[in-house]
Write a protein that binds this ligand. Structure first.
Ligand SMILES: NC(=O)C1=CN([C@@H]2O[C@H](COP(=O)(O)OP(=O)(O)OC[C@H]3O[C@@H](n4cnc5c(N)ncnc54)[C@H](OP(=O)(O)O)[C@@H]3O)[C@@H](O)[C@H]2O)C=CC1
Ligand SMILES: CC[C@](O)(C(C)=O)C(=O)O
Ligand SMILES: [Mg+2]
Ligand SMILES: [Mg+2]
Length: 334
């Protein structure tokens, strides 16, 4: 059974008198920094001179310093800049700033697990990884709730690394929901696998293939959009609220029978075989090496693939159809 920590298992007092530097003010960074501040923690945001986020963080009432200065003054440093940027920033500014007994923190284990960052032995190294996008971490905290998270200890120099990481998790609201103990390896490998085969990669391909099949067969792109994409949220909401069986309970008997007999023909043994291969690429470090090299080369494949996604015809149809629903807030992707 997984070990799960709640509010009663975490002591905010452990962060009293400590300076916390949140490096980055993006999706996770803004949520952690604001939640920490509102939980009474002394927090400073670390950014580079000229960062777009600098003014935003200051407008939100936070103290902002350069990464170098914020790291020098900090007892706890949370790395919340993109994973691909972290190694260079760490080497240039953070490594030198780390003093005996400090704690270096992450929200994802990639750089520690694949040894892109190797901290000195005299610091604690921990992870608090919310299982949610940063904007939900913030929204739930403001509503007096929290999102679940994972906690892990890579290095326990002080002997108190887990307790301090749990205090941090409490300060950002995660122990309100529950924080599951894991390892850097488990968090990294499961996170990469989930986003590749299911949450991001798998779902995007399933939607496009469903839409393309209908459009190629002569159905109207708009009707196909509602069926392949729009309704997915309604179905996923049911699964999120009550599990897969609750979804089956809620849909028609025809959908139940068709889905249960046909779904397995789509996600069949050969798909699972491919999933196992992808998992092996993650476990062996093959995917990490590929992604690191892609970044070193200036991201040529990444940019080409992202451009193709942006220009897929389903995007054009969706853009028009979403105008029918002015209550959708939309997301500025420019
Ligand atoms: N996105 C998510 O919801 C989740 C993310 N994580 C993990 O959290 C970590 C942060 O991810 P995420 O929040 O998505 O990151 P973002 O891409 O949102 O981070 C962007 C922030 O980093 C700043 N930044 C970029 N480069 C530098 C630099 N060289 N020096 C200082 N600041 C810099 C940006 O500044 P500027 O505005 O100037 O560009 C911006 O403030 C990652 O480890 C990720 O895996 C974990 C769970 C979910
Ligand atoms: C699902 C994508 C994610 O792993 C996340 C928000 O948890 C990410 O890396 O952004
Ligand atoms: Mg994730
Ligand atoms: Mg991820």
């Amino acid at each position: 059974m997984a070990k799960i920590y709640y509010d009663g298992d975490a002591d905010l007092e452990l962060l009293k008198g400590k300076n916390v530097a949140v490096i980055g003010y993006g999706s996770q960074g803004h949520a952690h920094a604001l939640n920490l501040k509102e939980s009474g923690v002394d927090v400073v945001v670390g950014l580079y001179e000229g960062s777009k986020s600098w003014k935003v963080a200051e407008k939100d009432g936070l103290v902002v310093k350069t990464v170098e200065k914020a790291s020098e003054e900090a007892d706890v440093i949370m790395m919340l800049i993109p994973d691909t940027v972290q190694p260079a920033v760490y080497k240039k500014y953070v490594h030198e700033a780390l003093e005996e007994g400090n704690m270096l923190m992450f929200a994802h284990g990639f750089n520690i697990h694949y040894q892109q960052i190797i901290p000195p032995s005299y610091v604690d190294v921990t992870m608090v990884a919310p299982k949610s996008p940063g904007h939900i971490v913030r929204r739930m905290y403001q509503e007096g709730k929290g999102v679940p998270a994972l906690v892990a200890v890579h290095q326990d120099y002080s002997g108190k690394a887990l307790d301090l990481a749990l205090a941090y998790a409490k300060a950002i609201g995660c122990t309100r929901a529950g924080v599951i103990e894991t390892t850097f390896r488990e968090e990294t490998e499961t996170d990469l696998f989930g986003e590749q085969v299911d949450l991001c990669g798998g779902v995007a391909e399933l939607i496009k293939a469903t839409w393309e099949t209908m459009v190629e067969a002569g159905y109207q792109p708009e009707v196909a959009y509602f069926e392949a994409l729009h309704e997915l949220k309604l179905i996923v909401d049911l699964i999120y609220e009550g599990g897969i069986y609750a979804m089956w309970y809620s849909v028609s008997d025809t959908a139940k029978y068709g889905g249960m007999t046909r779904g397995k023909r789509i996600i069949n043994e050969s798909v699972k075989e491919e999933m196992r291969k992808i998992l092996k690429e993650i476990q062996s470090g093959e995917f990490a090496r590929e992604w690191i090299l892609e970044n070193m080369a200036g991201r040529p494949s990444y940019s080409r693939l992202l451009e193709m996604e942006k220009n897929h015809p389903i995007e054009e149809v969706g853009k028009e159809l979403r105008k029918m629903m002015p209550w959708l807030k939309g997301i500025d992707t420019e």
